[in-house]
Design a protein around this ligand. Structure first.
Ligand code: NAD
Length: 434
């Protein structure tokens, strides 16, 4: 599990919240499609929001009461699906935004899920494993009635991992019997899917490979900067390096490093996995997070938190392409600045969808009591990512839109189609597009 994030470098809260970022793009795309105002209210707001107390008696005997959230945004296309984040800055509004993003993401890559997200406002770096386990089990007890393999299926996100998923599955199983399909991102020993841990990073790289020819780039020799060398950033960096790319900069919550000749991505990964902080990585130059963003490179992969590329630092970005591993890393104002600079942005809703695609595969394997080999998982991931990228690129070219607006437009149309078919809305609410 990654160590705790510091907010350094994030968008000043005053500029824009994650919620405003997602709602902004929803509105831009809804305008293009012609979604009626009242239908927008329904499509933008959550179906259900659950807030629970998660008390923990600490070593000093005092009780600390954390807040836990599960937001189910839209279930027109299937059971709600989305990760659970442990972070001190988690609040209901952020979880709402992330849940809504999941609705558009699952629709865009055409997996039969809706969108959800969860979180607890704890700082895992201040908790021992036993405490994390208690918090996790207490959270699941309290949301158990609203989740289920055909209702809502949690997964890992920032500061949660396969171990946390195992505790969740076990706790849910005490109430309802052994139910591997209740969470994805589990350990392989408990029905997790081969390829799931790498899937989001692999999907980021698949998007890079699809987008690279648009800029006459090739993976071999491309220079890469990774902000947030955790699960997503670490896998993306290692897979890029396997393709011959050079990781010249990376950061974590503790700081940033630079190596013009290329950092050894495998050694970085081993260093982080052993609990090391990036600035302590031997042989690299320590730089500031702001300097990292300004490094000249072919591709920048933001893979930390939301709002990290904002109005005050977007102009300094010196990359030809950004592939968004994190959710909402770029504020709308920063997006405009990047567009003016000619930086190609592959948006989060597409670029980091590899995780939910393989989560879908894990769920399917669990429901069928089967285990696929890794090649099958990766091949199917590749097919779905390429199909989604090409549909978005085609739409963007046809309509003269950015990849982000095209992604949202396609996703909203798919959700609207399902909602129309269920009889929730009509063609007057969201025009039909074949
Ligand atoms: P993680 O906890 O494994 O890694 C997060 C990394 O970001 C860590 O290295 C952390 O130190 C670093 N970080 C935190 N604050 C930072 C800061 N201010 N500057 C630089 N680095 C900082 O989390 P993850 O699962 O890799 O998720 C990363 C992002 O990707 C999140 O936005 C998450 O929502 C998104 N995402 C994750 C998945 C997934 O499958 N894990 C899927 C889709 C999207």
């Amino acid at each position: 599990m990654a160590t705790q994030a510091q907010p350094e470098g994030r968008s000043p809260r005053a500029e824009v919240s994650n919620r405003e970022i997602v709602d902004h793009w929803f509105d831009v795309a809804a305008d293009r499609i012609g979604v009626a105002d009242d239908a927008r209210v329904v499509l933008r707001s959550s179906y259900r929001e659950v807030a629970v107390q998660v008390p923990l008696r600490q070593a000093d005997g005092r009780i600390h009461c954390y807040q836990g959230f599960r937001v189910q945004h839209n279930g027109a296309r299937g059971p709600y699906k989305g990760g659970v984040r442990y972070h001190p800055e988690v609040d209901l509004d952020e979880v709402r935004a992330l849940a809504s993003l999941m609705t558009w993401k699952t629709a865009l890559v055409d997996v039969p899920f809706g969108g959800a997200k969860g979180g607890i406002d704890c700082d895992p770096s201040e908790l021992v494993s036993d405490e994390l386990q208690k918090i996790t089990r207490s959270f699941i007890d309290k949301i158990a009635k609203v989740i289920g393999p055909q209702r809502d299926i949690p997964a890992p996100d920032v500061n949660t991992n396969a171990q946390v998923m195992a505790w969740m599955m076990d706790e849910y199983g005490k109430l309802y019997g052994h139910t591997p399909a209740i969470v994805t991102g589990k350990p392989i020993s408990l029905g997790g899917s081969l390829g799931r841990e790498a899937a989001t990073g692999r999907g980021v790289v698949l998007c890079f490979r699809e987008a690279a020819p648009l800029l006459d780039l090739r993976p071999d020799g491309a220079t890469v900067v990774i902000q947030g060398f955790g699960n997503v950033g670490g896998w993306a960096g290692r897979i890029m390096a396997q393709l011959g790319a050079k990781v010249i900069g990376a950061s974590d919550a503790h700081g940033a490093i630079h190596g013009e000749a290329g950092l050894d991505a495998e050694a970085l990964w081993a260093h982080v996995r052993a609990g090391g902080r990036l600035p302590d990585f031997p042989g690299a130059d320590v730089i500031t997070p702001a300097e990292l963003l300004a490094l000249e490179c072919d591709v920048l992969i933001p893979a930390a938190l939301g709002g990290m590329i904002h109005a005050a630092n977007a102009d300094a970005v010196n990359a030809r392409m950004i592939v968004e591993g994190a959710n909402s890393p770029t504020t709308p104002r920063a997006d405009e600045i990047l567009a003016d600079k000619g930086v190609l942005v592959v948006p989060d809703v597409l670029a980091n969808a590899g995780g939910v695609i393989v989560s879908y595969f894990e769920w399917v394997q669990n429901l069928q009591h089967l285990a696929w080999d890794e090649r099958k998982v990766n091949d199917r991931l590749g097919t779905r990512m390429r199909k989604a990228f090409r549909a978005v690129h085609h739409r963007a070219r046809e309509e003269g839109e950015s990849l982000r607006v095209a992604s949202y437009a396609l996703a909203i149309e798919r959700v609207a189609q399902a909602a129309r078919d269920r009889g929730y809305i009509t063609e007057a609410d969201v025009p039909y597009k074949p």
